[in-house]
Design a protein around this ligand. Structure first.
Ligand SMILES: *[C@@H]1O[C@H](CO)[C@@H](O)[C@H](O)[C@H]1NC(C)=O
Ligand SMILES: *[C@@H]1O[C@H](CO)[C@@H](O)[C@H](O)[C@H]1NC(C)=O
Ligand SMILES: *[C@@H]1O[C@H](CO)[C@@H](O)[C@H](O)[C@H]1NC(C)=O
Ligand SMILES: *[C@@H]1O[C@H](CO)[C@@H](O)[C@H](O)[C@H]1NC(C)=O
Ligand SMILES: *[C@@H]1O[C@H](CO)[C@@H](O)[C@H](O)[C@H]1NC(C)=O
Length: 567
């Protein structure tokens, strides 16, 4: 329960402008209590047993913290649930959820049948458990575990993202590439093949054709005994190698909170094995994303195979092996990308050119503010902020690079397909739909997107209209800009992507595969795949020069170098 709570605290994939009534802590509490309540039902056991069960699922580091929390809050939770309260009122009694006037009380589930007991109960509870409540209020959640402190900081650092904030944290030679998967390491950028020498990294133009060592980490080096020429020269020189980069938001980073963590009927210990990995990657899965994905696997907490531009570029030319970078950040928008972009590692003189995808599809119109329209990016701001990024890129991208700017997404499709479906926390009792979850997030002012995750159709339409206006600015920038080192291309993401989603669903696909189950909004694994295919086929049809050449030596590379040192 506790890990789920803690992760939810940092799970806010957008910059949270403000929150009320307890915000993320409140929803974390409500979700956790609901989970315990349902676990007891699934396993026909008492609430106390269900809480122990949940703690026992967690990895060792978290187990003791979970038990400590249960020893404090457990008796109150048991007492209240036994008295007919529901997760909302329990968390109000725990004072994690509040009612801060003039805001209305927020609730996720229907009010308990016999009325909202909490007011009558409050003073009784306060007296009975006053010591415990005080202790709960004093818990410094982020300070409880060393690793968590770091994760907690992720939640509030976004609006003040500094240059280089998203560089790998473990990088001994400082070349911008790591050997560790998490902390912006190899999940995000090709693995460094020598972390003591900065000149050796993915994407480097090979020194002396890699006669003696692999300077660009693509696994190809050494001398062909027959011709006495270096392999890199023989197999790669004529193939125009290139890297792939994404500059993006949580959608591009592949934000994914496992639905299994909130599905009591299938929750077990296996679901929590990768908690450290998940937290260390900011709840993102770039290694399975549309642009930089390289892991083609299914895990208990993320399902389905991966298709990506990186995999396709690599398949086209094996010399591109490991040359990928995801500079995608939860909350990315035009106004912070011009700082985030400074985390890109590319040496204009010494590295190969790249295909870069600039994809900020929602956050410029998405916020959790009650007056959401007033807090959207304006077309004038869009132009000004985006130009800063574009100008900067001309100073770092190697000559011959391409930049594909995607338009904004049209999120009206999300509500259309999702609002009637049941959330993982509502599947057992059929008592919680996405429409209700969206309302609840809006009430706490922590919604990733009030404009689209709303029952108000006029508001949803207005949000898409602003998105379309911002897309026109991007398209205009592409048409009118002329940079020395890279060429610009524009790719529509509103009409085109929605047509792909409609097509998937009209052919028997489920909307539940398209959008993330926990937040009901982000692109899920299937949509990541659809995005990859969509971008690739559009570029292939209209701008094939951005994809480089097919390397006729691929078979030979495969024969000589096998998996090229893997990832
Ligand atoms: C997830 O955990 C399993 C079991 O510990 C491990 O085999 C696997 O490599 C992990 N995956 C990742 C991506 O960390
Ligand atoms: C990824 O896995 C799927 C399903 O197993 C398979 O069809 C596909 O060819 C694989 N892709 C790559 C690039 O290996
Ligand atoms: C919203 O937009 C759709 C599609 O353009 C339109 O059919 C619908 O009438 C609009 N609804 C409102 C309330 O404006
Ligand atoms: C729906 O949203 C529009 C635009 O923000 C607003 O003017 C209107 O009052 C809202 N309607 C309802 C019923 O809240
Ligand atoms: C872009 O600028 C270059 C040099 O400044 C110029 O030669 C070229 O014609 C320009 N191209 C376009 C399409 O404006």
């Amino acid at each position: 329960m506790y890990v789920a709570m803690l992760l939810l605290l940092v799970a806010s994939p957008v910059a949270v402008y403000s929150s009320v009534n307890g915000g993320t802590s409140c929803i974390a509490c409500t979700a956790s209590v609901s989970l315990v309540d349902q676990l007891a039902l699934v396993h026909t056991e008492g609430i106390d047993k269900a809480m122990q069960r949940l703690c026992s699922f967690l990895p060792d580091d978290y187990k003791s913290v979970c038990k400590e929390f249960v020893s404090l809050a457990g008796p109150i939770i048991i007492d209240l649930l036994a008295n007919g309260e529901n997760p909302d009122t329990v968390c109000q009694a725990l004072q994690v959820c509040k009612t801060e006037p003039p805001n209305p009380t927020c609730h996720m589930y229907p009010k308990p049948k016999n009325g909202f007991h909490v007011d009558a109960h409050r003073s009784k509870i306060m007296t009975k458990y006053s010591d415990k409540l005080k202790e709960i209020a004093d818990i410094d959640i982020c300070g409880m575990l060393p690793g968590l402190k770091q994760i907690c900081k992720l939640a509030d650092r976004l609006p003040h993202a500094g240059p280089g904030e998203y560089m790998p944290k473990v990088d001994f030679d400082g070349d911008g590439y790591s050997t560790l998967d998490v902390l912006r390491g190899t999940s995000w950028r090709g693995k460094d093949c020598d972390d003591r020498r900065a000149a050796l990294h993915p994407g480097a133009r090979p020194e002396d054709w890699d006669r003696y060592e692999d300077s660009n980490c693509n696994g190809i080096y050494g001398i062909d005994p027959v011709s006495s020429k270096p392999y890199e020269q023989l197999l790669c020189a004529d193939s125009d190698p290139m890297g792939i980069v994404v500059l993006g938001d949580s959608g591009a980073a592949h934000f994914h909170i496992p639905g299994e963590w909130f599905t009591p009927s299938i929750l077990n210990m296996e679901m929590f094995l990768n908690v450290t990995f998940v937290a260390g990657n900011e709840l993102d899965w770039p290694s399975m994303s549309a642009v930089t994905g390289f892991q083609n696997l299914t895990m208990p907490i993320i399902h389905g195979w991966t298709d990506s531009l990186y995999q396709r570029l690599r398949q086209r030319n094996l010399c591109n092996h490991r040359d990928y970078q995801s500079i995608a950040v939860n909350g990315g928008a035009c106004g912070n990308m011009n700082t985030i972009v400074k985390s890109l590692s590319r040496n204009q003189q010494k590295d190969y050119p790249v295909l870069a995808i600039y994809s900020l599809v929602a956050n410029d119109v998405c916020n959790g503010h009650p007056d959401t329209i007033a807090h959207m990016t304006t077309p004038a701001e869009m132009r000004q902020e985006t130009l800063i990024t574009l100008d900067y890129l001309d100073t770092v991208l190697p000559k011959g690079s391409s930049l594909v700017i995607t338009g904004m997404f049209d999120g009206t499709i999300v509500y259309r397909y999702m609002h009637n479906l049941f959330h993982p926390l509502g599947q057992l009792r059929k008592d919680l739909t996405y429409a209700t979850v969206y309302e609840y997030l809006m009430c706490l002012q922590i919604s990733p997107c009030n404009g689209w995750m709303s029952a108000n159709e006029t508001l949803r339409n207005l949000t898409s209209e602003r998105g379309a206006a911002l897309s026109r600015v991007l398209q205009d920038l592409v048409e009118k800009s002329n940079y020395t080192n890279y060429k610009l291309y524009y790719l529509d993401f509103a009409i085109g992507i929605n047509a792909e989603i409609d097509n998937y669903i009209n052919h028997g696909g489920s909307a539940a595969d398209i959008f993330e189950s926990v937040d009901g909004f982000h692109p899920a694994q299937t949509l990541q795949r659809i995005l990859s295919e969509y971008i690739w086929s559009n570029l292939m049809a209209k701008h094939p020069q951005t994809l480089g050449r097919v390397n006729t030596n691929n078979e030979q590379i495969l024969k000589l170098f096998g998996d090229q040192g893997g990832y």
